[in-house]
Design a protein around this ligand. Structure first.
Ligand SMILES: CC(C)(COP(=O)(O)OP(=O)(O)OC[C@H]1O[C@@H](n2cnc3c(N)ncnc32)[C@H](O)[C@@H]1OP(=O)(O)O)[C@@H](O)C(=O)NCCC(=O)NCCS
Length: 210
């Protein structure tokens, strides 16, 4: 975002995120464990990220394992990557990239590290079981309850129905539909969706209030 007003409410004085080290990892859900990725998780994530149904939608599709591992272990990328484990095996990964919100210059300091962009990939043999829903719902809880962020966002190609349906299952709202705004590696300019969820929306939904 480069211009325009902040439209979703006043800047609050809630504490901003201190980073993922404040969390007691691994975080457990009913069936899964979520923890920060390490370089040693590279081969397990390459195993499914290289598969066509996954590579089709993700940002980078490296030509070989060597290049993949170099990208995976790049410090900024690794710091924003979590892995999902089921019965001790890595079955997917999550992105949690904490970022600044757009703000006018005079209040920019108060908009630093207040939101996160989320992302996800699951091993295709593990889809259709609700694992992504379980992991992403927990990721959102971590963002709001433990990191005290005020907003989460996610983006996908409009044709990636599995991904935007996941966003809707975890309560995210479609905020924008970009018409032929994103270039796919196939060479086609595709539509894209942006989804978001505010902390107060999430809390209201948990309490069952409108
Ligand atoms: C996006 C992605 C993670 C979604 O995976 P998914 O398996 O559809 O999502 P879930 O794990 O939450 O499973 C939901 C499905 O399991 C079913 N399910 C079974 N048990 C369930 C349970 N306990 N809870 C919820 N859903 C359950 C749901 O009905 C749903 O099935 P449906 O799609 O037929 O309606 C996966 O398709 C993927 O990795 N895609 C490739 C990478 C990608 O696109 N990343 C995002 C780039 S923007």
């Amino acid at each position: 975002m480069t211009d325009g007003p902040v439209t979703d409410g006043p800047v609050t004085d809630e504490p901003v995120s201190e980073g993922l080290e404040v969390i007691a990892w691994p975080v457990r859900t009913e069936r899964l464990e979520i923890r920060p990725a390490t370089a040693a998780d590279g081969p397990a994530t390459w195993h499914y990220r290289r598969q066509e149904s996954v590579a089709l939608w993700i940002t980078s599709a490296q030509p070989d394992c060597e290049q993949y591992l170099a990208d995976f272990t790049e410090p900024a990328r690794l710091a924003a990557t979590l892995v999902i484990e089921c019965d001790g095996r890595v079955i997917g990964d999550l992105m949690l990239a904490i970022e600044d919100a757009w703000a006018q210059a005079e209040v920019r300091d108060r908009a630093r590290a207040v939101q996160a962009e989320l992302g996800w990939s699951l091993d295709p043999v593990q889809t259709g079981k609700g694992y992504a829903t379980e992991a992403v719902a927990e990721l959102i809880r971590i963002c709001f309850e433990e990191l005290h962020l005020r907003r989460v966002t996610a983006q996908c190609f409009a044709d990636n129905e599995s991904s935007w349906r996941l966003m809707e299952r975890v309560g995210m709202r479609r905020e924008s539909h970009d018409v032929r705004g994103s270039l796919h590696r196939s060479g086609e300019w595709l539509d894209g969706f942006t989804y978001a969820l505010l902390a107060d929306e999430w809390r209201s939904a948990r309490l069952g209030t409108p």
